[in-house]
Design a protein around this ligand. Sequence first.
Ligand code: 4FD
Length: 215
Amino acid sequence: MRFDILTIFPQAFDSYLKESILKRAQKNKLIEIHIHDIRDFSKDKHKKVDDVPFGGGTGMVMTPQPLYDSITFVKKKNKGPVIFLSPQGKIFTQSKAEKLSKKYDELILLCGRYEGIDQRIRDTLIDEEISIGNYVLTGGELPAMVTIDAISRLIPGVIGKEQSHIQDSFSKALKRKKEYPHYTRPKTFKGMKVPEILTSGHHEKIKKWRESKLK
Ligand code: 4FD
């Protein structure tokens, strides 16, 4: 999967995407992430990317020119849909992550800042608008990272096969959001014991116990 991210805050991605499992996935050529600074496309003498809203009101709006030019530039290399991360978008779910990961090899993610983007860009260049939840953030950068993470881990080889999404409690195969309690070594931690059944080796009994503990 190829992701192209459009942002005015490219450094925001350094922390997460250059570490963790997604770093290995990039090294192993399972995913490709290209980050573009919208400001680099501004034709304004001060590289401005925002302006006051016509009709008045509070806050700033991202101007169309840098958005138009940066999106048009990225579309030459990435043939996937342009997804705008916004609190007004359709809620992003596990099912949506699965659909996007199956349907596309390439995605363009547009991160907004300020109060939003000029409506003419929305009307002409945005294919989908996605929200990661009903809350407002200072930018679409965290939502873009959440989206990339959720989609990438569904690509075969990105996460270890023992944790593969096929047996993930949140996957469609299981069709439920339930999970049983997990324990690991040591058997006793600060006096708290691991349920004995789990260390008994009785696989059938363990299966039954886990089913009884689903939450
Ligand atoms: N819930 C989300 C996405 C972006 C965001 C922004 C309009 C504000 C929350 C467009 C207004 C983008 C989300 C940036 N906050 N803030 O997914």
